[in-house]
Design a binder for this molecule. Structure first.
Ligand SMILES: NC(=O)c1ccc[n+]([C@@H]2O[C@H](COP(=O)([O-])OP(=O)(O)OC[C@H]3O[C@@H](n4cnc5c(N)ncnc54)[C@H](O)[C@@H]3O)[C@@H](O)[C@H]2O)c1
Ligand SMILES: [Zn+2]
Length: 364
């Protein structure tokens, strides 16, 4: 079993938790977490994951488990489902000695973490991520939340889990498109922090990596994320580099949710990363050859790089209401080379429009 320690400072106190990565870990939860120290255990999951992994998790937990099942998908990451979780927790007499286990992808860890943060001002939770995207990114770092008023993650908290248990066996049932969506965040980790890692993960098609190689990739991505958040848990400065691709990507993701062909999170981030790499190039930070390489690796990883049909003005309006906007200035994370990112970059509005125009008009 591989482990990553996530260190952070909370209220001036140094804290940490661990990410456990291996095959078959769902069956071994009790050897990782002392479940008997909790008064009650709540499992929050979605319909798809329940069918696949609920029996497995129940067989490895004591009897006192209450399961809360939500519909799946980004559209469900909303206040209505949070109310359902709160109501179920209340009905089952959840108290501050209970434990919440979030079993599922990033939608479940974002919502379950938010419900756990807010119910009785905070109940402990652990994440058991079952998608590649949540194993390398969403389940780590303590951002929880929901979408609101058409804006991604507008409502949320910073609250760290007690532990993250990534059972890589769950990836065997993941649809291919979801697996590739997770690869977008992996590529992001290479682009913002580590050129060698970027070269390794783009050396072949995502499906050509063996299970052991995927385990190492999850480990490395978790190390990169842990290293970035350790000095800036609540994203006041350096953690912002993790937002590369997300300023434009989140706006695209929100607008696509309203169409008949919604993009997955990683797919929208792929388009956002290429757009923000283009901005980096126009701002003389990134060479044209690096820009071309980024386009090539995203296409090779079968990720989209254009969002045809969306309206430029609507996307720009959404970008302006992004959480990263302060005093009317949009803060972008840009690349100054492969493996190097710069945060708090101010981009002229006409350059943003030009790039959005080009990604919404083009098609492959
Ligand atoms: N908090 C953070 O730091 C952070 C970071 C990145 C992304 N996110 C958020 O994560 C969300 C995306 O997460 P996601 O891509 O995991 O999506 P998701 O949670 O919607 O899961 C994707 C789909 O796969 C299904 N699924 C999950 N595990 C499965 C398995 N093992 N086998 C078969 N099907 C399975 C789910 O039911 C769902 O239909 C977005 O809302 C994004 O904003 C959060
Ligand atoms: Zn993301």
């Amino acid at each position: 079993m591989k482990k990553v320690t996530v260190r952070f400072t909370n209220n001036s106190k140094k804290r940490f938790y661990q990410i456990f990565i291996d095959s078959g870990l769902i069956k071994k939860i009790t050897s990782i977490i002392n479940v008997n120290s909790y008064s009650k255990i709540f499992v929050i999951t979605d319909h798809n994951v329940k069918k696949l992994y609920h029996d497995k998790i129940l067989s490895s937990l004591p009897n006192k488990v209450i399961t809360i099942v939500l519909p799946s998908g980004e559209k469900e990451k909303n206040i209505v489902n949070i109310q359902k979780i709160w109501a179920a927790m209340h009905a089952a007499q959840c108290d501050r000695k209970s434990l919440i286990i979030n079993l599922g992808g990033g939608v479940i860890s974002d919502m379950g973490g938010f419900a756990a943060s807010t119910f009785m001002r905070g109940v402990n939770f652990i994440n058991i991520p079952t998608t590649l995207l949540s194993q390398v990114d969403a389940s780590v770092g303590g951002k929880t939340g929901i979408d609101f008023d058409g804006i991604k993650n507008l409502i949320g908290t910073f609250n760290q889990p007690q532990a993250v248990i990534a059972d890589i066996q769950t990836l065997t049932t993941l649809p291919k498109r979801e697996f590739l969506s997770g690869f977008a965040e992996i590529i992001k980790h290479g682009l913002i922090r580590d050129k060698k890692y970027f070269e390794k993960i783009t050396s072949k098609s995502p499906f050509e990596f063996t299970q052991d190689e995927i385990k190492d990739i999850i480990l490395k991505s978790c190390h990169i994320k842990a290293d970035i958040i350790k000095n800036d848990e609540t994203e006041n400065n350096s953690r912002r580099i993790l937002n590369f691709g997300h300023t434009i990507g989140h706006a695209i993701e929100s607008h696509c949710l309203e169409t008949s062909l919604p993009l997955l999170h990683g797919e929208a981030i792929s388009i956002g990363m290429l757009a923000e790499a283009e901005i980096s190039h126009y701002m003389n930070l990134l060479t044209v050859s690096d820009l071309k390489l980024i386009r090539k690796v995203l296409i090779n990883a079968e990720l989209p790089v254009f969002a045809s049909g969306l309206q430029t003005e609507k996307i720009i309006k959404t970008i302006n209401s992004d959480k990263k906007t302060e005093k009317g200035i949009v803060n972008f994370t840009l690349l100054s080379g492969i493996g190097n990112a710069l945060f708090n970059q101010h981009v002229p509005i006409d350059l943003i429009s030009k790039v959005i125009e080009s990604i919404t008009k083009k098609s492959l």
